[in-house]
Design a binder for this molecule. Structure first.
Ligand SMILES: O=C(CO)[C@H](O)[C@H](O)COP(=O)(O)O
Ligand SMILES: [Fe+2]
Length: 264
C-alpha cells in the first residue's frame, strides 16, 4: 500500500523530471537559435565616391581605416543611367591590393549573366546581381556559385521583398537598395526599412545589406530594421575622419545585433 508520503514523493519526482525536460528544451532552442543568428556587423565603403584615379590607394586606405569589405559599383549605362568600370579594372585592383580585401560586386548591369566568369577570374568574391535584370535568377545563382563566388541578390526600391523571398534560401546576401541605383550621394529612403525588417524576421541568419544614403544620420534605422552589411559611400569617403565613421557605423549595427539576440 502506498503511503501519503510516498505518493507525494512520486509526484515531486515527476514534476522535477518535467521541469528538467522543459529547461533542456529551452536551452536547446536557445543554442540553435543563437547559432542560426550567425551574421555579424560588416561595413563596406562604396569606392564610387572616391578619387577614381587613385582607386588602389583609396581601397587600401579604407581597409586601413577598419572597413570589413569593399563595395564595388559596376554600372553599364543601360540598367542605370551611369557608367563606371568593369572586370579589367577589378583585375588591376586585385593585383594592387592583394588577396585579402573582400570584393562585393554590385552589378548594376542589364545582362548580369555575361560578367560572372570574367568577374570571378578578375578576383571578385561576391557577385550581387539585380533581380530586375534577369529572367532566370535560379540559373544565375547556380552559375555564380559554380564560378566560386558568393551570391548577392539586390532589389531596387520599386521591387517588393516578396519577389526576392523565393530565392532567399539560395543566396548569401540580400541587398535592399535605399536609393534608386545609379549615383552616389543621394538621400536615404527610410520607407525601405519595412523590407529589411520583414527579411530579418523571415530569414534570421541571412546577410542583409543596405546601400544608398547610409551614414551616421541614418544608420540607426538600418540597424534597428535588421541590416548587418552596411554600404556607405559619401559619408565615409567624404569624411575627414573615415576611421571614426566606420567605427561608429560598426558599433551601432553590432549593438543592434546583440540586442536582437538577447530579445529572442
Ligand atoms: O549603388 C550605389 C549607387 O547606385 C552606391 O553603392 C551607393 O549610392 C553608395 O553611395 P552613397 O553612400 O553616397 O549613397
Ligand atoms: Fe552599390
Amino acid at each position: 500500500m502506498t503511503t501519503y508520503f510516498e505518493g507525494y514523493q512520486r509526484k515531486l519526482r515527476l514534476m522535477m523530471r518535467l521541469t528538467l525536460r522543459v529547461l533542456a528544451a529551452r536551452l536547446h532552442a536557445h543554442s540553435t537559435s543563437s547559432t542560426s543568428m550567425a551574421y555579424s556587423a560588416k561595413i563596406g565603403p562604396s569606392i564610387l565616391s572616391s578619387d577614381l584615379s587613385c582607386l588602389g590607394s583609396e581601397c587600401v586606405r579604407m581597409m586601413e581605416c577598419g572597413a570589413d569589405y569593399l563595395h564595388l559599383d559596376v554600372m553599364d549605362g543601360h540598367f542605370v543611367p551611369n557608367l563606371t568600370f568593369g572586370h579589367p579594372m577589378v583585375e588591376c585592383l586585385r593585383k594592387s591590393v592583394g588577396q585579402d580585401p573582400f570584393f562585393d560586386m554590385h552589378m548594376m548591369v542589364s545582362r548580369p549573366e555575361q560578367w560572372v566568369k570574367p568577374m570571378a577570374a578578375a578576383g571578385a568574391n561576391q557577385y550581387t546581381f539585380h533581380l530586375e535584370a534577369t529572367t532566370n535568377p535560379g540559373n544565375l545563382i547556380k552559375e555564380i556559385r559554380e564560378s566560386g563566388m558568393k551570391v548577392g541578390l539586390a532589389i531596387k526600391p520599386g521591387t517588393t521583398v516578396e519577389e526576392l523571398a523565393p530565392w532567399a534560401n539560395q543566396i548569401d546576401m540580400a541587398l535592399v537598395m535605399t536609393v534608386e541605383p545609379g549615383f552616389g550621394g543621394q538621400k536615404f529612403m527610410e520607407d525601405m526599412m519595412p523590407k529589411v525588417s520583414w527579411l530579418r524576421s523571415q530569414f534570421p541568419s541571412l546577410d542583409i545589406e543596405v546601400d544608398g544614403g547610409v551614414g551616421p544620420d541614418t544608420i540607426h534605422k538600418c540597424a534597428e530594421a535588421g541590416a548587418n552589411m552596411i554600404v556607405s559611400g559619401s559619408a565615409v569617403i567624404g569624411s575627414d575622419d573615415p576611421r571614426s565613421v566606420i567605427a561608429l557605423l560598426h558599433t551601432v549595427v553590432a549593438e543592434a545585433i546583440q540586442k536582437r539576440s538577447l530579445d529572442r
